[in-house]
Each structure stands twice: as C-alpha cells, then as structure tokens.
Design a protein around this ligand. Structure first.
Ligand SMILES: [Zn+2]
Length: 200
C-alpha cells in the first residue's frame, strides 16, 4: 500500500540532499519519479539544490492555487502513468488543501509521496502545510541537525543583516529586503536565550 511520508527538520538538516538521494535510488532501479516544489520558494526557482552542490530541476512547480492531483496526472502521462514516487521539496509551503490532495494521490491513485519540509517558522509556529502533513502523514521522520552548542536543533531563528529578529512575516523573501535574511538552526535553549524568552 502506498504511503504518505513527511520528513521534516530544521533548516540545514539535509532535506534536499535526502530527497535527491531518494530520487536517485528509485531511478537506479529503472523507476520513474516526479519532483515538485511549491512556487512560493523563489530562491532556487525551479531547482532543488542541496548544500553538497547537487542540483536538479523539478518536473513542475506548484502554485498556491494549483490542483496538485491534476498536476500529478498531467506529468505522470510522460511515463504512461507509471510513477513510483512523488517527491516534494519545501513541503511546508503547500496549502493544507494541497496536502489533503497529496493523501488522496497516495491512497486513491496508489502513488507513494515523500514530502520534505521545515516543521516550524522563525517564531516556532508550524507552517500551514507542515501542520497538515503532521496530521495526515502515515509516517513521520525527523531529519536532524546540530545547534551551535552541539544539541539537536529544533527551531529556525531569523537574522536580518546578521542580527536576530523575532517579528516579521512568516516568509521573508531575501530579494525584497535591503538587508540579507539568513537563518540559524537552534536548540530550544539557545533560541530562548536569543529571543529573551519569547516563543512567537
Ligand atoms: Zn543550542
């Protein structure tokens, strides 16, 4: 039976690398996969790029109002519908309705789906897509990364121009800001120290 997998972690936990590795494993066995990601992530445009330097173009981008199931049917036609797995990067940016569709694709159409994404935003709140994936996925797997102090990182602190900020929009698009927006994966202890005890 096909399953919906949500593999989540803080930023820099190797999600894109794991996704590209999973795609390679299928293709090595002569199977076809579809790679997709939500359109809202403008940084890499239509590429999935791992920090190890591997890059690959997605088969399709998912607009916020897109019918995910129709997109999968359309692109699976290239392989006569024989798709072994649907792989989605930056899955936190899916809408909850698209995650609902993802479960239907898995259960009704029999296509396994691997969704990779960040669990929470810079204010420790779940992204809408991640919240729905945590609710619906058959299988949850945490991809781990390390805080500066050596503990497991849980949260993603935002820096603007090198300084921590705890107010702002859930999605900060680099190109729109005059100062560079970066993130640091942090454990709860370090996050609370930097935020002065704030959690949102
Ligand atoms: Zn720490």
């Amino acid at each position: 039976m096909a399953k919906l997998y949500f593999r989540y972690g803080a930023m820099n936990s190797g999600k894109s690398t794991a996704l590209l590795q999973a795609a390679f494993n299928y293709e090595e066995r002569g199977q076809h996969v579809l790679l997709a990601k939500p359109e809202i992530d403008t940084k890499g445009a239509d590429q999935i790029s791992s920090r190890l330097g591997v890059e690959r173009q997605v088969d399709f981008l998912i607009a916020p109002d897109a019918d995910l199931r129709a997109l999968v049917v359309e692109h699976a036609a290239r392989y006569d519908g024989r798709v072994a797995c649907l792989l989605i990067d930056e899955a936190q940016f899916l809408t909850p309705a698209q995650v609902d569709d993802l479960l239907r694709i898995v259960v009704d159409d029999g296509i396994p789906a691997l969704a990779y994404g960040i669990r929470t935003d810079f204010q420790t709140r779940a992204f809408p897509g991640s919240a729905r994936l945590l609710e619906l996925a058959h299988s949850l797997e945490e991809l781990k990364t390390i805080c500066r102090c050596g503990r497991k990182a849980l949260f993603n602190a935002r820096l603007v121009g090198g300084r921590f900020v705890f107010d702002g929009d859930q999605v900060a698009i680099d190109e729109l800001s005059h100062e560079k927006v970066t993130y640091e994966s942090m454990c709860a202890e370090c996050y609370l120290r930097e935020s002065g005890g704030r959690l949102s």
